[in-house]
Design a protein around this ligand. Sequence first.
Ligand SMILES: Nc1ncnc2c1ncn2[C@@H]1O[C@H](COP(=O)(O)OP(=O)(O)O)[C@@H](O)[C@H]1O
Ligand SMILES: [Mg+2]
Length: 370
Amino acid sequence: MKKLAIIGANEFQDPLIRKAKDLGFETHVFAWAAGDVGEKTADVFHPISITEKEAIWQVCRDAGVAACCSIGSDLAVHTVNYVQRKLGNPCNPEITDTVATDKFEMRRALRAAGVACPGFLKVSVPPAEADLAGLAWPLIVKPTDRSGSRGIFEVNDYAALCAAVPQAAAQSFRREAIIEEVLTGPEYSCESISFAGEHHILALTKKYTTGAPHFIETGHDEPAGIPAALVPGIHADVKAALDALSIRYGASHAEFRLGPDGRAHIIEVGSRMGGDCIGSDLVYLSTGVDYMAAVIHTALGQAPDLTPRRVPRAASVRFIFSQGDLDELERIKKDAPDCLWRVSWPGSLDGAVTDSASRHGYWITQGELL
Ligand SMILES: Nc1ncnc2c1ncn2[C@@H]1O[C@H](COP(=O)(O)OP(=O)(O)O)[C@@H](O)[C@H]1O
Ligand SMILES: [Mg+2]
């Protein structure tokens, strides 16, 4: 039985473990022991932090794993690629690990490749007002190396910026923040898989957030409802960004705003699947393509099979923030129970939602739009 290493064990990672088992792999799952669902789903659970790449590699080598993969975590990207390189499997070059997980290095790489970018500046403490002279207000302040909407602030004046920078930097592993000009337009993402440098775009996703100042994601829809005439230009913009970041293998998730010019203006790109159930569920539901199987096969050095496995249907995920959201879930349960694909509701609205990780649950629907 072939063995597959999977980095991460939480609820969003669990579908990949299940998929690997369905495909006949013995799954070796690595994460801190925290009582996560994947610890039990795994054939073999190894309680090692996902950042311990050398320790994980040694276990993988001794166990004889064939490949290593993960779903939607930037933190896991470094370990996945470290193990993949040690195994001699095709994967992205080392530069991609940096430019696809650090928002400042990403902006630099995109700009160097001629991809249009908002003005940006890296700081670790609030800059002097004069240093902002080249940037147009309002501005976004965010940690350079986090995800899940942690420490994001839109600010309209210098005093607010000075308050935001230490908070964003405090969330950063390297204590750094990026200050960026604001891009306008509705927000989307683009889900792809690449093999030997060829990018296959599978889906465009409409993104909903709480908006300024913190932009916490509230839901996603596929299809995205973008006018067909704009799609070729968007695909070209996304492919240019993937090339700028030297992405050649595996899943990627490019977030963008659709500008007044009808083109995709990149917010950020992950060299991994989109989280929030986009990669694990929505792409499959809305295209029929088994995206998780494609990620596993690509990790093994095999060209992905993009043949649809089911009839594509509209697919959505909605996150639970409030009683109003729970009321909507109850309505769907009553009026359209067949549309519910999965519900995650641990049962409590306690605690403020400050980022993606503190949302209270979610549900996924598929079928005709409700
Ligand atoms: N330059 C920007 N212009 C407009 N909105 C932005 C910009 N940067 C971030 N945002 C908003 O903040 C959200 C989170 O920022 P992002 O860079 O994607 O961080 P994270 O890694 O936490 O997802 C985005 O989805 C978007 O809504
Ligand atoms: Mg993002």
